[in-house]
Write a new protein. Structure first.
Lengths: 335, 335
DNA sequence: CTGAAAGCGCTTACAG
DNA sequence: CTGAAAGCGCTTACAG
């Protein structure tokens, strides 16, 4: 058996209370006592039992993160940011891959509650009223990363998708493009779907460019849907000279289809992506894209969560993070 | 405050022991009692405190996984497999992103010990004797996924890298290639570096093809190193007609460089990758590659770990999983 | 079938 | 500066 606090107390000839004090850096012992205790801890290789600690202190030093797909390139980057920030302040993270499945999410919520997590982060998943209600019942701080809740108040950190999409589209316009298509995300996605389309539309109309429905096609952010998207666009609007893709993966799909069709990028068609995931620099040619600070979003999310935990606040100010455009080689200047 | 077992006992008019029994499905109560208790649990929304449970039962129902980089495409796939298997049997997973940093790894090991994890999985990281020693001290089952320990006995699940590399190389030979280069992984990596080179060499010599040192170049499994690798190979051995890349990412890098140099793939140069990560189907052209069952490796790893935990075994048989070749479009048949 | 009691390994008033 | 004691929320013999 591993040594317990009693073992070190006995061997050091002090009470368990004293050992607890030095372990937790609370005042109440002489330098001499401290050294003696520390020495014994060292000798015995004592490590406090976090379960016991958590049981009495009501702090498990663990947070839960709900994430639709751990192996998604963009989500995993955010998870990394969360884990990194958590580690530096001594919190552990339990990952929950929800697959965007409601039932599964609810199961995880229950587990996290039972495990007494100090807080929960949910990454880029739509929040339903039911989840929101559960959060309330659980009495646990929650922060949203790369998503938000429209029907109530839940702190979030994300970029402003509409503005970002506006910016990406305006960039294309600035490069001289006017026939600009869009391969959008899911049509009913209120987080990363609709707002990006809105931004695209607004950019066009602000620059006096007519909006044509046949210039917009919808995918699901994945590679295949990017291929299919370009295929439809080529059919419906061959005059297009540039496309704004709502994710790098879809842009990569478009790139592949373009290659297959012998369409040269960026010579005959310009493409701008969204995310700046690892993929962006691996495509041929390397993808110009709108960068979200993925890792930082995760870090900030965890920081906000800790603030809520420590200050006992039920809510806190949300954070909008800045995007940038990373210029690589898929956008051509039109003259 | 959330209701405790006492609250439900009181309200149901039974003892806490009885409540505990029905919650844990242990024998020792009438159907009537059971229903009453269940009803109260429902009413109160009682959820057992896992910390308290773990403290007495010595089972936290949590495992720790050490992983060099959560956002790596190959590692995250294995993590997903682990998480998935864990979820189905009611275990939680704490992720620890080690960055392949020794100090950080040791810190995590301590945290996991304190959190009383039931077991630990380490994913694709080299195991040092120091780690091995710590594992022993911790008295916790450990299984290795996509790595192994050469200086002692630690159960692992992986594919046979040497055989896999042999197979990939032999595939190229079967397609008529004889001038075959290799972009290898890290030169001193005893897991995914050296064995794959060995397999490559053996395949050549078994087929009567001379091994030339200038046909082999080393990278670090990453995209950039794949580009650099091809660049060196082109310089040192322009006569090469095919290359075996020790990772898909390096293959993607090679693809990019080839494109930049105007070298057509597979017409002038064939390429085979290793992993079959998500990337493989996104490259241009789609990458022929040696597939590791990444997700399954994670699942099996967790299954093995649970077997060790439940049977109290300190060790268990390792598992070698089968690879396959996924034929896409980067290898040309030479005639 | 059921309950009283001990105990898991800690922290935290309280008292001195 | 230090210790005895209660208590966190459970499970598990033990006794009936």
């Amino acid at each position: 058996m591993s040594p317990t606090i009693r073992d070190v107390a006995q061997k050091a000839g002090v009470s368990v209370a004293t050992v607890s004090r030095v372990v937790n850096d609370r005042p109440g012992y002489s330098a001499e006592t401290r050294n003696k205790v520390l020495r014994v801890i060292e000798e015995l290789g004592y490590q406090p039992n976090a379960l016991a600690r958590g049981l009495v202190s009501k702090r498990s030093r663990t947070v839960g993160v709900l994430i639709p797909n751990i192996s998604s390139m963009v989500a995993s980057e955010m998870l990394k940011g969360i884990e990194d920030a958590a580690h530096t302040i001594g919190q552990s993270v339990i990952v929950c891959n929800t697959d965007n499945n409601g039932e599964r999410t609810l199961e995880y919520l229950q587990v996290l509650k039972e495990k007494q997590v100090d807080g929960i982060i949910v990454v880029s998943a739509p929040i339903t009223p039911l989840y929101h209600q559960k959060f309330g019942e659980m009495q646990v701080p929650v922060v949203l990363v790369s998503t938000r809740y429209h029907d109530g108040n839940l702190p979030f950190v994300k970029v402003d998708d509409e503005k970002a999409a506006y910016h990406a589209t305006a960039y294309l316009i600035k490069k001289g493009h006017e026939e600009i298509g869009m391969i959008a995300g899911s049509k009913d996605d209120r987080i990363a779907g609709i707002p990006r389309v809105e931004g695209y539309r607004k950019a066009l109309s602000d620059h006096g460019i007519p909006i044509r429905d046949q210039y917009i096609t919808y995918g699901n952010f994945g590679f295949q849907s990017g291929m299919a998207g370009l295929e439809r666009l080529l059919e419906a609007a061959p005059e297009i000279t540039a496309i704004f893709c709502a994710s790098d993966e879809m842009a990569a799909g478009a790139l592949s289809l373009a290659h297959r069709r012998g369409i040269e990028i960026p010579d005959r068609l310009s493409l701008i992506g969204y995310d700046d995931s690892q993929l962006a620099e691996m495509t041929i040619p390397p993808l110009t894209t709108l960068r979200q600070p993925l890792c930082q979003m995760g870090q900030e999310g965890l920081t906000m969560l800790m603030a809520m935990i420590e200050e006992g606040k039920r809510t806190i100010h949300s954070k909008i993070l800045p995007y940038t455009i990373v210029e690589r080689e898929t956008v051509r200047e039109l003259r």
